[in-house]
Design a binder for this molecule. Structure first.
Ligand code: PMV
Length: 332
């Protein structure tokens, strides 16, 4: 018997293909080494989830959820599939900035789904497809029409080529190189749902051009992948900057994101683009290592730069033995 389980799941970065992937296009994405952690301890008869950093503590059963309804749905999905449920108290801790385009909601949902299902399975590592299905259900509640790329990357980890409903191709980690991937965090929070609606209505307006644009995205993704393997970072960077221009044309950039892209490129980056939903959030910058300081100095005030380590492992859970559970929480 275990007292509980803890799990962690990584953030993600979309290198190319966000938004187009919602409409059947390809996306190239990778997990990165920044994590959400969830600890679930057997307790009482309810399903209480708390997140001290969000100042939230909610009972999720009986339709009582308010802000964490995605997790309520994930728990239901797991209980339906496993045919069991239990009283539990879970605690979320996350280092992934919220609303930053780094898949924080999917990572929290995956870590929660892994910790809760591990507990229901008596401390065993849950099947990844169960965790992925639950995280996708949570994403549907939060975003309305997710492509599934965020939950897939956080659950399986690594570098992935993804197409909604048909293709999830895990790729070997990219070759070691002197190019670095930086993430510029604007701190401007936005809703993925709103950005997806904006992009979708622009695509509808474009009528016959829509399918051509989706094909263009797919060819940019395929070329980007080839450039990554050839270590042709100039070409990869040019493709990224072009992809940003297209996203801008589709209405999901804002002047601050455009300024970051332009400043990074002027300071010597190979290329840059918004990542995730846009309208705020983050920019990914591909740069030669010796230009990082110049790029940092060129950033608009208030923008924070992280260096991303690509292809982090996917979600993982571990049991908490009875004797270790005294604190009723823990650090995943
Ligand atoms: O900004 P995020 O982390 O929610 O990423 C959204 C990615 C989109 O392609 C815009 C939406 C989706 O479901 O794929």
């Amino acid at each position: 018997m275990v007292a509980g389980c803890r799990a962690r799941a990584p953030a993600k970065v979309i290198l190319l293909g966000e938004h187009w992937v919602v409409h059947g296009g390809l996306a190239l994405a990778s997990s990165i080494g920044v994590y959400a952690r969830v600890t679930c301890i057997s307790q009482g008869s309810g399903l209480v989830v708390e997140s001290p950093s969000l100042s939230v503590s909610e009972e999720l059963r009986g339709g009582r959820c308010r802000r964490l309804c995605g997790l309520a749905r994930a728990a239901e999905y797991i209980e339906e599939r496993l045919g069991v449920s239990t009283g539990v108290r879970c605690r979320i801790e996350s280092d992934i900035p919220l609303g930053a385009g780094l898949g924080s909601s999917a990572a929290v949902a995956a870590a929660f789904a892994a910790a809760y299902s591990c507990l229901l399975l008596g401390g065993r590592q849950p099947p990844r497809d169960l965790v992925n299905g639950a995280a996708y259900e949570a994403e549907k509640v939060v975003h309305g029409r997710p492509s599934g790329v965020d939950n897939t990357v956080t659950v399986y980890g690594g570098l992935l080529l993804y197409r909604r409903g048909s293709l999830m191709k895990p790729l070997p980690p990219p070759p070691v190189s002197d190019a670095v991937l930086l993430i510029a965090l604007t701190g401007v929070e936005r809703s993925t749902r709103v950005a997806v609606e904006r992009f979708t209505s622009r695509l509808r307006l474009l009528g016959d051009q829509a399918s051509r644009l989706i094909e263009l995205n797919d060819s940019l993704v395929a070329e980007a992948l080839a450039a990554l393997w050839r270590k042709d970072y100039k070409r990869l960077g040019a493709l990224m900057t072009l992809a940003h221009g297209l996203l801008n044309g589709m209405g999901v950039s804002i002047p601050l994101l455009d300024e970051i892209v332009a400043s990074a490129v002027a300071a010597g980056a190979h290329g840059a683009k918004l990542t995730g939903a846009g309208l705020g959030g983050s920019v990914v910058i591909l740069a030669p290592r010796d230009k990082v300081d110049d790029i940092r100095a060129s950033m608009p005030a208030g923008v924070r730069l992280l260096e991303a380590s690509l292809a982090a492992p996917g979600v993982a859970a571990q049991p908490i033995p009875e004797a270790a559970s005294g604190a009723g929480g823990g650090r995943g």
